[in-house]
Design a protein around this ligand. Sequence first.
Ligand SMILES: C[S@@+](CC[C@H](N)C(=O)[O-])C[C@H]1O[C@@H](n2cnc3c(N)ncnc32)[C@H](O)[C@@H]1O
Length: 489
Amino acid sequence: MFLSQDFAQVFKQFQEEGLVISPWLSGLDGSGRFDPGVFEFLEWEAREFATTHWTEHEKVASFGSLLIPDRFAYSAVYETAASTAVFLAHERTGCLDVDEAIAQEAIQLVERFVAKHGFGLFVEVYAYVAAYDNLQALKYYGSIPEREFLLGSWHRPWIDYKLDDELMAACVAGAMRVVLHDNRRYVELTDYGLYRYQMVREGLEKAGYLKQKLQLLHISQFSAFKDFEALAEENAPEFMSLRREFLDWTGIQPGMRVLELGCAGGAFTFEAGLAERVGPTGQVIAMDPAPGMLARARSKGAAKGMDWVKFVQGRAEELPFEDHSFDAVVGSIFIHLTDIPIALEQMRRVAKSGGVVASYHPLELSYNVPFFVEWFAPVMELARKRNDKPKTFLPDRETLPKAFAEAGLTQIERKDVSQVSLFHDPDKIIDLYIEGIGLFQEELAELPWQARRDTVVQLRSRGKAVCRKYPEQERVIHVPNQMVRSIVR
Ligand SMILES: C[S@@+](CC[C@H](N)C(=O)[O-])C[C@H]1O[C@@H](n2cnc3c(N)ncnc32)[C@H](O)[C@@H]1O
């Protein structure tokens, strides 16, 4: 395989330099994603950079005598800079619009990585990710009509070049072949290609690339999700009363300094009453990584004139606060999206001795309800092929109490509750659970691009049929939820 160093190590350096290589993030439509000026700028910079730096020496050092497409250097710079720019724009503004300053910054990040680690390594990372997209699609579909493969229409629809060079190189390496079925040409994997797919996948898994991709999907999707609270309240009538119950249970009092994590649009902060409870003699710092959500929460705070509530963008795993600086650190329906041990360690660190650390979170669902099994059969089928149940990011009953204890928290108490979820309107259910909250995202993220979209379309139409077949009173799920609270020693 190409990488001259351990991929996990190289990918870590990539992330440390602030680079993101997720070409799907920079869009489906090439130039259409960007304002024409920004697109021209990125394209021109990428071409210049590749022409100057892609030397014989770099190529030999990374790829030896392996065949690699000559445009790789350019594609690597363009696609990395473009996805990094979209990521930066999203981090700062909550939308995906890139201006020239951000595009410039992304190019500079590429330059900095290359100056430190060499261009060869940079192109290798790109080659690894591109190889994964190709191999994964062939593994999933079994074979792809050659024409579709070359256009990337089923698996890399964001490209504006053809994949004939990649196909040729993979055939020469013995990983793919072109075969005839009914007088049509198809691309498929060879046994060696299958082995290579497994190696690349393992490398990406170990490096944390797949996990990062999943997090990016969750955050970018959630940020664009404007109606979360309205939809969630409509589908779960106890949405607010359970949050109020949690607030009471945490023991938060007026005048406290409280950190709320994963505040999203502020349902717990404002509607459930956290800000009101703490009052102007105290302070609430509400945090969320999704800028779109944070902007909505901020405008609610401003409309209510509650200036003791401040907003900070960020993740629970990296809290930019001093040790022992909060009376309570809490959050509602967020901890399942974090790296739980790291988040809890941070929550404990910033809470005062004697302070409260508490979470309200959903638990793993039971899928044994007939209407649900029928509706989500395509996802269940993906799991069944692996002899498994669908992968879920939702914790089980023991995960959080155990993690609280492992984080050194004491006097841990739990309260298991259940929330009714109504499956009335199929489109709203898909908007909320699949395209919003990201239920089954782990399963869907494993699919090539087009298969992911097709599955969501399929889930929408199955939903309509299921809703016609089952009466409304049978389309109900009791979602297990849990509250955990603890005291910092
Ligand atoms: C379902 S919303 C929670 C909404 C709100 N707290 C409530 O009670 O309805 C989950 C939020 O967690 C945020 N989130 C995702 N990853 C996170 C992380 N690593 N740290 C903190 N929050 C995160 C998401 O951006 C999203 O806004």
